[in-house]
Each structure stands twice: as C-alpha cells, then as structure tokens.
Design a protein. Structure first.
Length: 214
C-alpha cells in the first residue's frame, strides 16, 4: 500500500495510526501542503485525488480518499485487531466520538480554512489563531464531557483497547497543542491521549517520526 501523506496532516495521521495498529506495511509518498503552492494541487496528485486533499491510500487497483472511509476499509479488509467494538450500540458510540472530531472540530481548523481567513479575508494571524482556539476548545470541551460522564470510557475512549475514536483524538490534540490551546479543563482527553501515545502504533505515526518531518 502507498499512503500519500503530509507529516502534520491530522487526517493522514489518523490513517497512519490505523495502519500501524493493524500491523499493515505501507510506503509513504510525501505531499507537501506548503511547497510549490501546495503539492496537493499539482496535476499528478489531483488526477489521483480530485479533492486535492490528504490523505490518499492506494491499495493495488483501489484508490481511496477520506481518512474515515480509508480506516473503515482497513477495518473491513483486515478486521484483526478490531478498531470498532463488538456491539451495535458500542460501535455507534465510538463512531459518534470519532465524527465529533472529524466532522465538527477538524474542518473549522483545517489548513485551507485558515489560509482563506488570512489570504482572502485578510484576517491577522492573531485573530485567525483566536478563531482556531475558540472552535477547537468548544469541540474538545464537549468531547471531555461526553467521555468523563460515560461508564464506557476506560483507559481509552471506549474500554481497554484503542478504537477509531482514539485514532481521531490523538491527532486533534497534537494540533491543539501546536496552536497553544489550553487543555487544563480536559483531563480525560489528556489522560487518554497519553495512554495512546505510549503505544508503538501511535508513536510511529507521530508527525515528528515521519520521513517528511521538518
């Protein structure tokens, strides 16, 4: 498999974690989101992924986009170890946690949104970063409440094994720390994040450990 990735991309980070948890080997094909006006906009890449987004996973003849769809594909084609729990209600809970990050938090602080605020709307860096922190902290505080209040929360977001929810959480907290978000009111998230990052699958997927890290 080939993973078209950028070391700091949250979505690519999720897929790297999933591949590592599944023990699946892959080749990294770096796509720099800043160089050359954004290498994800170059014709060679947009022919592969017309969305011009990262990541893309190539598995034989299959070309897969969207991180959660890729992870669900990996779950269906390589079900051991599972990234979703056994029962429908538990799977729904894990998916809800994951989607609250991937669909509600992440899109508002995606690179292309932050670029638009700066380049098209001429919003100063300080105001742009305030926007980022507001939306990420609003979402993470809600996630903290969901996890802290649930008896299903364990060492990880759901019980004692990492799941799709943890795969989404860790990259989002990486980004939050990079933009100096205050995580003091989120002890459950911080605890789970630390437990995840202690695992080799998460450590090897971390941005600083990628071949294109800067």
């Amino acid at each position: 498999m080939q993973l078209y990735s950028y070391f700091r991309s949250s979505a690519a980070y999720r897929v790297r974690i999933a591949l590592n948890l599944k023990g699946l080997p892959y080749d990294t094909r770096p796509v720099h989101l800043l160089k050359d006006g954004g290498q994800h906009f170059l014709p060679d890449y947009t022919r592969l992924n017309p969305l011009a987004l990262i990541p893309t996973l190539v598995d034989g003849p299959a070309v897969l986009t969207q991180s959660l769809a890729i992870i669900e594909y990996l779950e269906e084609t390589h079900p051991i170890p599972p990234l979703l729990p056994a029962t429908p209600i538990a799977r729904a809970r894990v998916r809800a946690l994951a989607l609250s990050i991937a669909c509600d938090i992440h899109p508002l602080n995606n690179l292309r949104v932050l670029r638009y605020l700066k380049r098209e709307l001429d919003i100063p860096d300080e105001a742009r970063d305030t926007w980022y922190r507001h939306w990420i902290q609003t979402g993470l505080l809600a996630l903290e409440k969901m996890l802290a209040a649930s008896p299903e929360t364990g060492t990880y977001c759901h019980g004692g094994t990492p799941s799709l929810a943890d795969i989404c959480l860790v990259p989002q907290l990486f980004n939050a720390r990079r933009l100096k978000c205050d995580l003091d009111a989120m002890p459950t998230l911080v605890r789970i994040d630390a437990a995840c990052r202690a695992l080799p699958a998460f450590e090897h997927a971390a941005p600083e450990n990628q071949p294109d890290a800067e």
